[in-house]
Ligand binder design. Structure first.
Ligand code: HEC
Ligand code: HEC
Ligand code: HEC
Ligand code: HEC
Ligand code: HEC
Length: 189
């Protein structure tokens, strides 16, 4: 084979394959940790869903008040914590004393790290899902048992679409809804 042909037919294709493989592998492994199942960032103070939503049965929407009426479920403000912690484990808890009370006094919000966060080009609305009867646990897992809130569902496009194509088993039996939207503009506006 002429050296130039060898270059064209062997070296170039091999090079292309190597570059593409590298891009694919690096892309997969270097993707942000916040998209991964098991992601549990360190929070400004330890807050246990097991203690609150589990053992003490505080309803999810006592704290995440907007889950059925807006896009965001919302993270509660320190004032919401103080509805109870004005009375509960104030004197004997260092964590509450130092963190919550101090923050309240200087009126600064606690900076919770987000666990579930979609890229800006994706539109999601809690309201339509919660009101259709999809349980929090379907997307967020068994939060009532979590001392540390940990990501259980990867919110990739395929995960959204898999449910939208056949949501029945995640909906109440009497639900008239047969499908969620699969057209691009529903989620990319
Ligand atoms: C269909 C799946 C789904 C269901 C059902 C669902 N969520 Fe979410 N949740 C998400 C997604 C997706 C995000 C990330 C949204 C974003 O980044 O825009 C999220 C984010 C959140 C957040 C953080 C940010 C925010 O929206 O304020 C909280 C808190 C939350 N969910 C609580 C709840 C609670 C409580 C329920 C049940 C009442 C619930 N979710 C039901 C998918 C769901
Ligand atoms: C509806 C009432 C209620 C609300 C609202 C509430 N808590 Fe609690 N919290 C409790 C109860 C009950 C306990 C368990 C107390 C015990 O076992 O002694 C607790 C325990 C705690 C503890 C462990 C206390 C310790 O001794 O170290 C922390 C930390 C805490 N809560 C933080 C918060 C934060 C932060 C918020 C707001 C985001 C909040 N709580 C909102 C009722 C509440
Ligand atoms: C006493 C208040 C309180 C109750 C009750 C509560 N949460 Fe939370 N939730 C919080 C706080 C504070 C955070 C932020 C700290 C963290 O991530 O642990 C949070 C975070 C979350 C997140 C992660 C949001 C994100 O993207 O960062 C989800 C999902 C969530 N809660 C779901 C639930 C579900 C489901 C229930 C009911 C089973 C529930 N919560 C009950 C206070 C509460
Ligand atoms: C477990 C099932 C389930 C999952 C997971 C789910 N959805 Fe949905 N979604 C539904 C159902 C059911 C509807 C239809 C609600 C109706 O018709 O009232 C819907 C409707 C929607 C709508 C149209 C209503 C509106 O608010 O505009 C959008 C947009 C949407 N989903 C986005 C998403 C995105 C983005 C994700 C992934 C991050 C996702 N969904 C994950 C079940 C799901
Ligand atoms: C049910 C909601 C939903 C629908 C419908 C949807 N997407 Fe997406 N799309 C998403 C989510 C969620 C992501 C973010 C994925 C991630 O971060 O990994 C995404 C990401 C993307 C991306 C960025 C590349 C990537 O993988 O992150 C492109 C491009 C895209 N979508 C195109 C489309 C096109 C074209 C359609 C119509 C055929 C469509 N989407 C329909 C939810 C949706």
């Amino acid at each position: 084979m002429h050296p130039r042909d060898r270059f064209l037919y062997i070296v170039v294709p091999l090079g292309v394959v190597a570059v593409l493989t590298t891009m694919l592998v690096v892309g997969r492994t270097a993707e942000p940790a916040r998209y991964a199942v098991g992601y549990a960032p360190e929070q400004p103070i330890p807050f246990s869903h097991r203690v609150h939503a589990g053992a003490n049965r505080v309803p999810c929407q006592y704290c995440h008040t907007n889950a059925d009426r807006s896009r965001s479920a919302t993270i509660p403000a320190v004032q919401t914590c103080m509805n109870c912690h004005r009375y509960i484990s104030m004197a004997d808890s260092d964590v509450i004393q130092k963190a919550v009370v101090a923050r309240l006094q200087i009126d600064a919000p606690l900076k919770w790290e987000r666990v579930y966060h979609l890229p800006d080009h994706v539109f999601f609305d809690h309201r339509s899902h919660v009101n259709a009867g999809v349980q929090c646990a379907t997307c967020h897992g068994d939060v009532k048992r979590m001392d540390v809130l940990t990501r259980v569902m990867d919110l990739r496009m395929g995960t959204c679409l898999a449910c939208h194509r056949g949501p029945s088993r995640y909906l109440p039996p009497e639900s008239p809804i047969k499908k969620g939207p699969t057209d691009c503009t529903a989620c990319h506006r």
